[in-house]
Design a protein around this ligand. Structure first.
Ligand SMILES: *Cc1c(COP(=O)(O)O)cnc(C)c1O
Length: 490
């Protein structure tokens, strides 16, 4: 508990105030003139602090945050990239923030046009026919997409198809979404190089398979070169292909999931298309489909009539019902729209090559100190299996914690589950060579420390505000207020 001494301290002093109300309106006790039924029965238990105390308290807390605006954030599988500030300004424009979802169509034509145009842009980038922007997150998009898949088979009277094939390297939300959609998960093994084993897949493809969920490049950042063969096999067996497009940055404008043979996909606007994420939101997980599935997309849909007017329709009987309130998270869509228009058709093609170059640059510069289980050119991310020299028993967790001492966010660790000491690194397309070089230098330093002074690395973090946390308790039973801390200690 003593760890907390440095950061949490009682600021409250009886009688100290940070505000004053006009005496003319509210009297000397600050209460007269307020209707009796609005008065509290008991005083609120608020700290009694001065204005300056409050301002300093919150400013200091905000400085203890780590984010992409404060430092390098090499979080694999979760694309934490630069979020252009102009997008924030645009989506805060009063003309948009003051809209109400129940306004009539005529008065929100501009917003609907943006929505419609974004649907079209995503369809073009994905090589699919149409998109819905309604889902709130990647996992929500997966659920929606799988419900479309289920509906498609059911509409054909094909009720036997209840299985979804998911690779063992998949993101955890994939099997979870399949279960929630009422489908059964069947795992397919990866080959030692991380790609799907086609020979292992073949016997699974029977008339009970609804489809397969994949991502390409896969979770190890490697491109599935046999994807067209896989698509052919799954389609021949009557199944559909679902693409997890949470992290689309390696492919943007270059390769399209629709062209690879995928029928359904989701995109995380809050990863690939510039909305800052983490801490649970806000997000948006649009779902795109091939032509034969458009009629099953959820209601409501935004459509354009022959006079160029936009409408919100819910009159499609084959469609899924509503999967969100109204049309989804509009602010996130605005950022994505601004991001795509800012880059334009030509520049958007630079995203993938730069993400790929940055990832390979780090990988090649660190593989003498860190174990690279899969050689070859990766896409936007790659995985190390811990330190090459494991003789001092310094773990991936230790390295991750030591990075914090040097002012870097840790990479994703212990995922994917294919290796014991996974360390998944994605620099993203938006980092400069200087930043990558600093990160490489620090990773080399940590590898050296692990040999020469392993205890230093094992005890990390040493310079952060709090040291090692009990992560389970911190997640399941967080102590978020001073009062709760005092009660917990009592
Ligand atoms: C982040 C992510 C998801 C889930 O997205 P959420 O918005 O967090 O629900 C799914 N798949 C992959 C590969 C991801 O990286």
């Amino acid at each position: 508990m003593k760890n907390y001494d440095k950061i949490i301290f009682e600021l409250s002093q009886p009688g100290r105030q940070g505000y004053s109300l006009p005496k003319d309106n509210y009297g000397t006790d600050g209460l007269s003139g307020i209707p009796a039924e609005l008065l509290r029965e008991k005083d609120a238990e608020l700290p009694e602090v001065s204005e300056l105390d409050v301002v300093r308290h919150y400013t200091n807390l905000s400085n203890k945050n780590f984010g992409v605006d404060t430092g390098f954030y090499p979080l694999g599988s979760c694309t934490m990239k630069y979020n252009p500030k102009i997008n924030e300004e645009l989506c805060a424009l009063p003309a948009f923030t003051s809209l109400h979802p129940q306004q009539n169509e005529e008065s929100v034509q501009g917003a609907l046009e943006l929505y419609y145009n974004l649907q079209q842009m995503l369809s073009e980038l994905a090589g699919l026919k149409e998109f819905t922007l309604n889902p709130y997150a990647g996992a929500h998009g997966e659920l929606t997409g799988l419900m479309v898949m289920k509906k498609y088979h059911e509409a054909k009277g094909d009720h036997k198809r209840t299985k979804v094939i998911v690779p063992d390297s998949a993101h955890g939300t994939n099997p979870a979404s399949a279960m929630v959609a009422g489908l059964e998960v069947v795992e397919v093994k990866s080959k030692p190089n991380g790609s799907i084993d086609v020979e292992d897949l073949k016997p699974l493809l029977d008339d009970t398979v609804a489809g397969i969920m994949m991502t390409n490049p896969n979770t190890l950042g490697m491109f599935e070169t046999e994807i067209t063969e896989i698509a052919k096999l799954v389609h021949e067996a009557g199944g559909l292909l679902y693409y997890d497009g949470a992290n689309l940055n390696p492919l943007l404008g270059k390769v399209r999931p629709g062209d690879m043979g995928f029928d359904i996909m989701h995109i995380n606007l809050h990863k690939t298309f510039s909305t800052p994420h983490g801490g649970g939101g806000p997000g948006s997980g649009p779902v795109g489909v091939a032509p034969h599935l458009v009629k099953h997309l959820p209601n409501p849909r935004v459509v354009k009539d022959e006079n160029g007017k936009f409408h919100i329709t819910s009159n499609n009987e084959d469609a899924l019902g509503n999967i969100s309130s109204f049309l989804g998270n509009f602010g996130v869509m605005m950022r994505a729209y601004a991001y795509i228009l800012t880059l334009g058709k030509e520049n958007i093609k630079n995203v993938g090559p730069l993400a790929t170059l940055n990832a390979n640059y780090i990988k090649e510069n660190l593989k003498d100190d860190y174990l690279l289980p899969i050689e070859g050119v990766c896409k936007h991310e790659f995985v190390f299996d811990g330190l090459r020299d494991k003789s001092t028993e310094v773990t991936t967790l230790n390295v991750a914690k030591r990075l914090l001492d040097y002012g870097f966010h840790a990479p994703t660790i212990y995922f994917p589950l294919l290796f014991h000491e996974s360390m998944m690194i994605e620099p993203t397309e938006t980092e400069s060579k200087d930043t990558l070089d600093q990160f490489i230098a620090v990773m080399h330093t940590i590898a050296k420390e692990a040999k020469e002074n392993p205890e230093l690395v094992k005890n990390a973090p040493n310079n952060t505000i709090v040291r090692k946390l009990d992560e389970t308790t911190a997640a399941k039973n967080p102590i978020l207020t001073f009062k709760a801390l005092k009660e917990n200690e009592a």
